[in-house]
Design a protein around this ligand. Structure first.
Ligand code: FEO
Ligand code: CA
Ligand code: CA
Ligand code: CA
Length: 626
């Protein structure tokens, strides 16, 4: 395909093509002002002590004899397989197109399935997931973020859809899969006839909850009440509530809308979210006109939310949580504060977008009804200062000038720009330390840092938690709420790691002191704490193993000790993949890891069709893993 073909672009590059960033008005002045700061920070990083950017939490060395990891780190590699440390093994549990509902056919390598089979089988591009257990029933609830067009339509000319059913198949490869699994003699298997198994797709009826429920902005001719919508898609990271529900996060929801009328005037609100007359190559508007933004201009306002699902009730109606704001949601990290308030931390993954916090009005009660806690509360956005402190800025009609909470919950990015939030280097997953009032967010990379404003025209100066121009490698920021109180307006922050390549760079691209030629990586994305308080880090970056990325190999998963700063490589994924999504069995003896968009031949060998899949990782001795 030609280099400029829209369907060959990644989601973030696509957004820049269809919604070009604003002209750089006074941006040159802002960049010039940032240069003095950059010189300062560059110097600090070059000496390998990024901790001084913040409150100095990272000791430079691991204390002798301390080993909380329980494995010997592995080298980077470019093999077309999953590599784990000695004493561990991995096996494929579930792959795209595997039957999960009654009547589903086995995967057909030739046709790669139809619309009808995809509705009954595991979706594509496994992403965020969690493990639920109740009365000995184990459920794996998994996001199917998007689909690999060149693979699902690899049987068509140029890998493009050839008819309506091809489009429908692609649509149904999206959403969420609920799958019962059981372990027999140490092997996990899908329970094929489980009554809990479920596919949730862009066709599933949803309830709209929260401040934007019933808002004029959400009403369409097909659904004039603004209280129900059809479907969820581009489900990236996830969250889990203590009351047993699953949170799935709608990320690049914009890339599915289009219009035949290429001259259509696109509103500033749509531009901020990358909604345009061109879709990402899926053709959904060709089979369902609600994806045509000229015919149904409010339909895009009904996507871009966190959705709550009760996995143990297969008939339950998923609920869109407008109170948690509308943006390109990465994941949703739920923390119960010491006073019982529910706090949800969330990243908006686009260059120069923001980190958010939701605080419930109500209080969590272990034995009470918690079903409406995520419907009412206060949304705030993070501002980071150079001195290592930060502030949550509430998004209310008073602070934003917006007419209502409903409007803030629909055009959240614009409200956050009004209050002056800090533009970040693509906030991916957020996770909180189970042993401390401390929260981490992966900032994956940002080639526009210090170069271009964000989609709303906000400057992206170099500095604070985004200390490198044209950030190639990414970093992980962490913050500690004042007084250990997750509802406090203030916090202190520093960087846990600044990724880089110390084998070829000596300036700030070498990374922080806890990065060396043995554990280096780029583009941290999925992050999650285990019960021991170790931080698991998955990457979605450049796997060329060349140039700036020489020696870093395929995408991978690492483990960090946040007390010492040490980071070790635990797993290397197959070629071309992204490693994303992780959870553990309730006995902590199995770790489930997602492999997205792998290369041909994985996981089934030879020239078999590439199929994204979940792998189960165990210790050979069956002992507790994490
Ligand atoms: Fe779906 Fe930002 O990753
Ligand atoms: Ca991600
Ligand atoms: Ca990513
Ligand atoms: Ca992905």
């Amino acid at each position: 395909m030609s280099e400029n073909s829209l369907d060959e672009l990644s989601f973030d590059d696509f957004d820049e093509v269809v919604s070009p960033r604003p002209e750089e008005t006074e941006f040159d002045r802002i960049v010039a002002a940032a240069i003095s700061r950059r010189a300062f920070l560059g110097g600090v990083v070059a000496f390998g002590s990024v901790a001084t950017v913040g409150s100095g939490l990272i000791p430079g060395k691991v204390e002798a004899g301390m080993d909380r990891f329980g494995f010997v780190p592995i080298d980077a590699n470019t093999l077309n397989t999953v590599t784990v440390p000695e004493g561990f093994n991995s096996s494929v549990l579930l792959q795209w197109g595997d039957p999960i509902l009654p009547g589903a056919p086995e995967f057909d390598e030739e046709s790669r399935g139809e619309g009808s089979s995809q509705a009954l089988t595991f979706g594509d591009n496994t992403d965020g997931m969690d493990f639920f257990i109740r009365e000995n029933v184990n459920l794996l609830v998994v996001n199917n973020e998007y689909t690999n067009r060149g693979v699902i339509w690899g049987n068509r000319p140029e890998g493009k859809f050839a008819n309506d059913d091809d489009v429908l198949k692609g649509m149904r490869a999206h959403g969420v899969s609920v799958v019962e699994i059981k372990e027999t003699d140490g092997n996990w298997e899908v329970v094929a006839d489980s009554p809990y198994n479920r596919r949730i797709t862009p066709e599933t009826l949803m309830e709209i909850t929260g401040p934007a429920r019933g808002s004029d902005l959400l009403k369409t001719t097909a659904e004039p009440t603004g209280t129900e919508s059809l479907g969820t898609w581009n489900n990236c990271g996830n969250g889990m509530t203590p009351w047993g529900t699953y949170l799935t996060c709608e990320e690049n929801f914009n890339g599915y809308f289009s219009s035949d009328n290429q001259d259509l005037e696109v509103s500033p609100e749509f531009k901020r979210y990358g909604i345009s007359t061109s879709d990402w190559g899926y053709g959904w508007a060709t089979i369902d006109e609600r994806f045509d933004i000229e015919k149904h201009p409010n339909e895009p306002n009904r996507a871009g939310y966190v959705v709550e699902i009760d996995p143990f009730d297969p008939l339950s109606k998923p609920r869109k949580l407008t109170a948690l704001g509308r943006f390109k949601h990465e994941n949703a990290e739920v923390v119960i504060n010491s006073d019982g308030k529910v706090v949800v931390y969330m990243g908006d993954d686009e260059r120069g977008e923001f980190i958010y916090r939701f605080i419930s009005d109500g209080y969590y009660a272990a034995t009470g009804d918690n079903s409406e806690l995520l419907e009412k509360g206060t949304l705030a956005v993070a501002k980071f200062f150079e001195d290592g402190t930060g502030q949550w800025l509430d998004l209310t009609p008073e602070t934003t000038g917006f007419a209502s909470k409903a409007e803030i919950c629909v055009n959240t990015r614009i409200a956050a720009s009004v209050v002056g939030a800090t533009t970040m280097d693509r906030p991916e997953w957020v996770t909180s330390n189970p042993n401390a009032a401390e929260v981490y967010c992966a900032l994956t990379n940002n080639k526009n840092r210090g170069i271009k404003p964000n989609a709303g025209g906000d400057p992206t100066p170099v500095g604070g938690p985004n200390p490198r121009e044209a950030n190639l490698y990414g970093q992980i920021v962490r913050w500690r709420p004042k007084g250990y109180d997750h509802t406090a307006p203030g916090f202190e922050w520093d960087l846990y790691v600044l990724a880089g390549n110390p084998a070829i760079h000596t300036d700030n691209r070498r990374g922080s002191a806890n990065v060396d030629a043995g554990n280096m990586f780029n583009s941290p994305d999925g992050i999650k704490f285990d019960t021991k308080g170790l931080l698991w880090i998955q990457t979605d970056g450049n796997y060329s193993n060349e140039g700036d990325f020489a020696g870093q190999g395929n995408n991978q998963m690492l483990v960090g000790d946040t007390a010492t700063g040490e980071i070790r490589r635990f797993l290397v994924g197959p070629q071309k993949c992204e490693v994303t999504g992780m959870t553990w069995s309730s006995d902590r003896r199995t770790m489930f890891v997602g492999i997205q968009h792998p290369n041909e031949g994985w996981p089934n060998g030879g020239n078999s069709v590439a199929r994204s899949a979940i792998v189960a990782v165990k210790r050979d001795d069956g002992d507790i893993l994490a």
